[in-house]
Structures are given as C-alpha cells and as structure tokens.
Design a protein around this ligand. Structure first.
Ligand code: AMP
Ligand code: GLY
Length: 422
C-alpha cells in the first residue's frame, strides 16, 4: 500500500522513518518533507491547504493511508475532506480537532465530562477579562483561545503584567487566536505528557514523555517548541497512567463520540501532576514535536498497520508494543532561536549516527549538496539506553559528533530524571 505523510518537521521525519519500516508500505510519499525525510520517502510538493489537490494526488498515486502530522491542516478540516473522498486518514476531523484549536472548547468539555482541570472563564471582552482577574490569584494563567504556534499562553506574575498581557491579546498581539481569551487557575506540580490513539471508541495508550520547553539549561528563559524530550516518563507511574485514562482520556473520547464529534487519531494530553492527581493542562490533536521522535524510537509495532486500523475504526485489532528502553532526544537549534534563527549554517553529520543513535531532521535543507540550517529547531539527536542517564550519555555523544558551528543545544536534557536515577 502507498502512504502519504504530510509535514516537514522532526516529528514527521520520525514518522517517515517508522512508516517506511513497515512491510505493508510500498511507496511512502511525503509533502513537503525535508532532506532527512527524503531518505525514507519520496518528497513531493503538494499544497496542504488545497484539499482537492491532496485528494487528486492520493487518487493518482493509489494512496491507501494519509497521515497528517501538524495541527494546522487538522484544524482546517483536511481529514474531513480526505474521508469524504474515501481516503483512510490518520488524524481527527475539524470538529474533533477543536480540542487543540480552541482552549475554551476543551475547558467546556472538561466541565461537561467532569475531567480534572483548573477552574477558568472564557471571555471576548477586555473589560470583562480584567474584572475577572479579581477571582484569581497570581500567577495568572492567560491563554489566547485559538492556535498560536505554542506561544498563546502567558503566565503573569502580578496584576499589572496580567493586564498588559490581556491588552496585548485583545489588541491583536496573537492574531485571530486572541479574539477570545481563557483565564485559568494556576496548577502546581510536575508536567508530563500522555499519548493515546483512539478510533473514537477504542483507546490504545501510546506512551509517556517529558519535554523541556524553555531555551535555557535548568529550564529557564524563553519558551520554545521544545528543546528535548525523553520517553517513558517515570513520574507517570502505572497508577497515574491508569488514572489519566480513567479520569481524563476515557471521558473525553466518550463525550466527543456522544456529542457527534468522534475523535480519531492521536490525543496528546499535557498533564500537571498535582497533589490530588493528574489534571489536564491542554490537549493537542497531533503528536508532540520532539516527543514523537522518542516515541517512534521505542515503538516496536507496525506503524502503518496501527494507523490504518485507527483510521478505519479497528484499533482494538492491533497492538503497539513499546520497548522498555528509554529514548532521549536533544534538539540542536540555530543560534538566535526562539527569536530570529541564523539561516544557512553548514551541517556535517559524518558518523554521528550509530545502532543506538538516530538523527532526525527538522529545519534542514540541501543547497548544492550541502546540508544547511533552514529553521529554528534544526536537528533532533535521539538515542536509546537502559535508562535516562544512559540514553542521555549516548545522545550527547552523538551531538558531539555533529558539526554545526552555527547551532546550539541544551546540555541538560533529562536532568530531573537523571537526578532521580542517581
Ligand atoms: P499550553 O500551551 O496550554 O501547554 O501552556 C504552555 C505552558 O504553560 C504549559 O506547558 C505549562 O507549563 C504552562 N501552563 C499552562 N496552563 C497552566 C496552568 N493552568 N497552570 C500552570 N501552568 C500552566
Ligand atoms: N513539544 C510540545 C508540542 O509539540 O506541543
């Protein structure tokens, strides 16, 4: 069977690597892809916003499964268009993707389904938002309702900062995403991510991870898309995972189905592990980047079979199977990230890869045969080991073998867990 993968980041390179290993996969196409993805797939230029063009490509190339990597085409309804064209698709409908596309939608769903999450209000008025701050205490959690490329959340330390952030949101600082704002109770604890596949009814736990959102070592400085991650996350014990499924994932899947928007695809729950148990911070309707890279590194199952079963409502017929080992990924970014990254810096990968280490490409491109940086996050250097300490040592060994003088990385990915393992 031929498969089409949409996207161009490190997440999609990891998916391409795994999809291409499936005996079921004849030709893997990727649009637009990147030079790393090009090692595993035939890269093609298709405009994802042109749904008819994607359908036409699939019909013309006998594509039996489409895998949608990023959130924007999901929130835009591409999965609905493909399904209407009878093309099996991994990824939720536009209605179901509201779980990521609208923070207010998710908070309301949590309320209806009694899912543990912070108290909140939704508002479309600056005056109402400012007045509502009186019901909360610092730090104030303020969120632009819509998609904001991971930048729509402000944690304000005092009232003045909160008011300024609200003015910015309603003033268009976050584009259309800020037309509505959610003010939320601040939750205390350690953050962890839980992944589950669902076909709308069946639920398959699909691994845990922890990432490092901040650019600086020790988790300080500006927020990024993620500077590194590891899986599994031992803080999410078997007991906490069972509670997450029972109290958060199951009621979400059941309520979405009961309300006529069955969720099909991967549900990525951002959790706060509070004193009283796991609480939902947010949902994403796609895999995490770079969390996907560490999940794929551990996955034993046939990803084409798993995703096809998910797309066809037969998820209960397949098994995932994850290695017990730990995988850890270090993001190598171009200097300047998360501000304006330096573009065009030369990259040499020489022999950085080994049996235990794999390098996924995020923002790279080929210029006259030379691999160069072409984005903020450039490479995801990923390794496996018996625990976080060992996976971390192997990942940094591979990092040190990469020649990327205009790049940088954090040297402490996994630090909390390494300290606990000591
Ligand atoms: P989000 O985009 O919703 O994941 O938020 C980005 C980050 O803001 C999260 O990873 C948390 O670190 C933080 N955050 C979001 N909501 C809350 C909350 N209610 N309490 C504490 N921290 C939060
Ligand atoms: N690494 C965080 C995300 O993909 O949303």
């Amino acid at each position: 069977m031929n498969v089409l993968l949409l996207g161009s980041g490190g997440r999609e390179h990891a998916l391409a690597w795994k999809l291409s290993q499936s005996p079921t996969c004849d030709t893997l196409y990727a649009a637009p892809g990147n030079p790393g993805i090009g090692d595993n797939a035939t890269c093609v230029a298709i405009d994802m916003t042109d749904h008819a063009a994607v359908i036409e490509f699939c019909k013309g190339h006998d594509v039996g499964l489409v895998v949608i990597g990023p959130e924007a085409p999901l929130v835009d309804g591409l999965a609905d268009s493909l399904r209407a064209g009878n093309i099996p698709t991994f990824g939720p409908s536009k209605a179901a993707a509201q779980l990521e596309g609208s923070k207010g939608f998710t908070k309301d769903l949590c309320e209806r389904a009694r899912i543990p999450t912070g108290g909140y209000i939704r508002t479309t008025s600056l005056d109402q938002a400012v007045a509502a701050l009186a019901d909360y205490t610092a730090p104030y959690v303020l969120k632009a309702d819509g998609l904001a490329a991971g930048k729509g959340v402000v944690i304000a330390q005092d009232l003045d900062e909160a008011k300024a952030a609200l003015s910015d949101m309603f003033g268009g600082g976050f584009g259309a995403a800020g037309a509505e704002v959610v003010i939320e109770e601040f939750l205390e604890g350690e953050e962890a991510s839980f992944f589950a596949l669902t076909d709308g009814t069946a639920i398959m736990p699909f691994g845990t991870a922890q990432d490092h959102k901040q650019v600086g070592e020790g988790d300080v400085g500006a927020n990024t898309g993620g500077m590194g991650a590891y899986s599994p996350a031992p803080v999410l014990t078997e007991e906490l995972q069972a509670r997450t499924i029972k109290e958060i994932i199951q009621p979400t899947v059941d309520t979405m189905r009961a309300e006529g928007m069955p969720y099909s695809g991967v549900l990525y729950a951002g959790l706060m592990l509070t004193k009283t148990g796991p609480q939902l911070i947010e949902y994403n309707c796609r895999f995490g980047d770079p969390e996907c890279q560490v999940l794929m590194m551990r996955l034993n199952g046939d990803l084409v079979q798993i995703m096809l079963a998910c797309a066809q409502g037969r998820l209960s017929e397949v098994d995932a199977g994850f290695a017990d080992e730990t995988a850890l990924t270090v993001v190598m970014a171009a200097k300047g990230y998360p501000g304006t990254p330096e573009k065009g810096g030369a990259i040499g990968l020489k022999e950085a890869e080994s049996a235990d280490a794999k390098i996924f490409h995020a923002g790279t491109k080929l210029v006259d045969g030379q691999l160069v940086a072409n984005g903020g996050r450039v490479l995801n250097v990923t390794a496996k080991g018996a625990n976080v300490t060992e996976a971390q040592a192997r990942a940094y060994e591979a990092v040190d073998a990469v020649d990327f003088t205009s790049g940088f990385c954090r040297r402490d990915i996994g630090w909390k867990e390494v300290a606990r393992e000591r």
